[in-house]
Design a protein around this ligand. Structure first.
Ligand SMILES: Cc1cc2nc3c(=O)[nH]c(=O)nc-3n(C[C@H](O)[C@H](O)[C@H](O)COP(=O)(O)OP(=O)(O)OC[C@H]3O[C@@H](n4cnc5c(N)ncnc54)[C@H](O)[C@@H]3O)c2cc1C
Length: 392
């Protein structure tokens, strides 16, 4: 049976960045698996823009050379913020072609614990052993579907992460549930595709994120103050942003404070550049869906404000609920050995789980290291922390 030192499972921003960093360790044999940037190309809609700013959209690389600027120069692309998704996907693929040209695009079907090492199997039946495994499997399996919609057939309800575009909804009535970025941006794209859209959300108001060009007080204070209040990682509000950019400090805070920070930093919010695009889309807030019932190819919806409506489709912009037991490629007896809290793994330095040699990067790390880990800008911390651990 073949063997390697490290197997990286996942080829999104976290997996690619981790692999690039690990390959700086001389003599370490690193194999990397997964379809590159597949979540971005298959589970997000064409026409989407990234919410994160320019610096926060850079995938961490060990030599500082695989930047958005270098990509633009090499591929003759001109774009700025907000970064269009198609350019970010292209940037990720370009990053992969430089840092991990030998990427193995096969899916890992199973990770088990062998006597000393981990045993991994690919979809087409190859089995090999690895001393360490780095899981960077993303949030795809964690899409949140509230109970009240579970009985509806797939034709009548879907999650935002099931769509690469909304053209098929032209002329249809679509109810978007949620008031975060994903729900609001999907509503804008549906509207622009010719659908009759309505948004319903539980929050009392929409939190519009401040862009750099905003005229709010923080942003009128000038570049220096802005830099003081906002870290380049672009996660969290003024001041708190600087703390969240330091996950090793976040980890030291009392649990209740960490939880509060996480809730505040990733509360549902929409990018400012959506405001105009949603001007003609009715948005009902402080309201939830009470019941749904299929009726003649449509769905009858009762809302908590007493209103009833019939739509052709419900689109759930209800976010993601992290629970690593949904990583179905991890054998159940191995999963049981990972110390977890509410679905999140307990991670040490190097984002190592309670199973020695098994690391989990990306969004599952938010419980221990804060919300930075669910954004591209968290790749800097994650990759360096992993590199330090494996260099010991
Ligand atoms: C609508 C939406 C908009 C977002 N916008 C932003 C934004 O503007 N800025 C930002 O920073 N973040 C944004 N995010 C968050 C974003 O998803 C994460 O920052 C980013 O994708 C995390 O990268 P990742 O590598 O952890 O996961 P992913 O990008 O999801 O990559 C996971 C990879 O793992 C692979 N994989 C999974 N299982 C296996 C397996 N068993 N074998 C082999 N490969 C496997 C997949 O094929 C994929 O390549 C957004 C998320 C959503 C849903």
């Amino acid at each position: 049976m073949s063997r390697c030192d490290v197997a990286v499972v996942g080829a999104g921003p976290y997996g690619l960045s981790a692999a690039a960093h690990l390959r700086t360790i001389k003599g370490l044999e690193v194999r990397v698996f997964g379809e590159p940037m597949s979540f971005w190309s298959c589970n997000m809609p064409v026409g989407m823009f990234l919410r994160s700013n320019w610096t926060a959209t850079q995938i961490a690389c060990p030599h500082g050379d695989l930047t958005l600027e270098a990509f633009q120069a090499e591929r003759f692309r001109t774009f700025g913020v907000p970064v269009p998704i198609e350019h970010f996907i292209e940037y990720g693929l370009w990053y992969q072609s430089h840092a991990v040209p030998d990427l193995d695009q096969r899916r890992i079907e199973r990770i088990e614990r062998g006597a000393n090492d981990f045993r991994l199997s690919t979809r087409d039946g190859e089995t090999f052993e690895s001393r360490r495994v780095v899981i960077a499997g993303g949030i795809g399996p964690f899409a949140r579907r509230p109970q009240e919609f579970k009985a509806l057939p797939a034709a009548l309800v879907s999650h935002t992460n099931e769509h690469q575009g909304f053209a098929r909804f032209a002329g249809k009535r679509v109810l978007v549930v949620g008031s975060g970025q994903s729900a609001l941006e999907s509503a804008a794209l549906l509207h622009e595709s010719g659908a009759e859209v309505e948004v319903v959300g539980r929050s009392l108001r929409i939190h519009w994120l401040q862009g750099w060009a905003s005229t709010t007080l923080h942003h009128r204070l000038g570049k220096f103050t802005r830099k003081l209040l906002y870290a380049p990682t672009d996660v969290g509000p003024a001041g708190i942003s600087q703390l969240l950019a330091r996950p090793h400090l976040v980890k030291l805070l009392p649990r209740t404070v960490q939880d509060k920070l996480r809730r505040r930093a990733v509360r549902p919010a929409g990018a400012r550049w959506l405001v105009n695009r949603l001007q003609d889309v009715p948005i009902t807030l402080n309201c939830s869906v009470v019941s749904v019932a299929p009726t003649g190819g449509c769905v009858r919806v009762k809302l908590s404000n007493g209103k009833e409506t019939t739509v052709d489709h419900i689109l759930l912009g209800t976010g993601f609920h992290i629970d690593i037991s949904k990583y179905d490629f991890v054998a159940s007896n191995l999963m049981q050995q990972i110390n977890r809290v509410n679905g999140f793994p307990i991670l040490k330095d190097g984002l190592e789980t309670s199973v020695p040699g098994l690391h989990i990067l990306g969004a599952p790390g938010v419980y221990c290291f804060g919300p930075l880990l669910q954004f591209v800008s968290g790749t800097h911390f994650a990759s360096r922390s992993l590199l330090r651990r494996l260099s010991q």
